[in-house]
Design a protein around this ligand. Sequence first.
Ligand code: TRP
Length: 464
Amino acid sequence: MTETRGQWSGRLGFILAASGSAIGLGNLWKFPYITHENNGGAFVLVYIAAIAVVGVPIMIAEVLVGRHTQLSPVGALKALGKDRPGGTVWQSLGFLGVLAGFTILSYYSVVAGWTIHYTWMALSGDLAELAVNPDALGAYFGGEFLANGAQQTMYHVLFMGLTTGAVYFGVKGGIERVAKILMPLLGMILVVLVIYSTTTSGFGEAMRFIFNPDFSTLTTGSVLEALGHAFFTLSLGMGAMLTYGSYMGRDISIPRAALQISFLDTLIALMACVIMFSIINTSGVEVSKSSTILFTTIPTVLVKLPGAGLLIALFYVLIGFAALTSTISLLEVVSSYAIDELRWSRHRATLTMGGVITLFGVLNALSLGGNTSLSSFNLIGRQSTQGLFGTMDYLASNWYLPVGGFLVALFVGWVLGPKMTRQELETGHGEFRGYGLWRFLIRFAAPLAVGAIIVSVILGKEYQ
Ligand code: TRP
């Protein structure tokens, strides 16, 4: 039985679903802490440049391939590669995407699950009690919480359940519907929190930190990290945007949509920084382990405010929402492979793939507490200090996504001809005046910049 292929209801449906994919833990959790680690201002500018010069062109390239073929990554690259240089080799790029989706989802969902626990603790009052003492909360998070395998597993399974449920109901009935409800809510909660931040005494210092660049503190590592993060935050390099593009109508402008999605993603990352740094500066707490500020430092500050329980709950609900529309896109890439290539029904594909990823993710959930037998289990055969969880993140952000993005840029820039790409980009857009610029960026700037990440990883200059 073949089902008809899903489609977005229109432009707004696509924009919201794709922004939902892009906006996630990358914006609310990772961007603020890497901005903090890389000393703010100059890093933020480099990041914005990376989005514009590398991110937007690659997003346009991915969506173009998806909409042209109306297929998910493996099928799309097989179809387009067939009669072109490189032939069927290109479809392995599609498989790399499926593998990346699997890998990222298996640990992303664990972190996303934390938001459920924190929402719950905020409402029950437990968090307020713990957060009175910053050391107590830090100790709780790093010790009791991460080491509680049963609890980690439960929240991960719960989050995967929500994700699988949404993807199960299809492009319009599930993915788009969830995005249409959650994205406006997310926007509203963020605006409330930004307005609140402007009233705090730390706001001015936060703005200076984020928007006043000091290039003397910028290192090569910072530049590479900004580039790598541009990929992650825009959901590029593994065919998520390609897959979403394959459900897009021919009446929508690809370049315009890509610009809007990238703009929204950047805006929200910056808003997250404003909120986070205002809160932190106001509190004057020492941000030592910056990668966990979201779960250790932030509550200790919020807890002092009137109506703290609700405010904190709102805050973690927000992060959970953002994460959910992202995990949905990760599962959709893996599921759509089974739907398009293995001819499975959507229901069978989502339940099977969702189930397998959930099981694999349990290993990640259990590896957090320093369980030695699991943390010595290492996929790439090199000792990772953070166990399985860290290895998954390392593989995805340092290898899969950059290699995937590099190859997409080469394929679209050098293998697909200018006639075909121009025609696709002008469909639903009219004459595309930026075509020359886009083609230059996708042929030269993007491969060079992404190539630099790959070279630095090969040379062992890890930047994460
Ligand atoms: N972009 C999301 C974030 O910033 C994560 C994400 C969702 C993603 N889908 C992806 C990352 C595909 C890479 C590829 O949180």
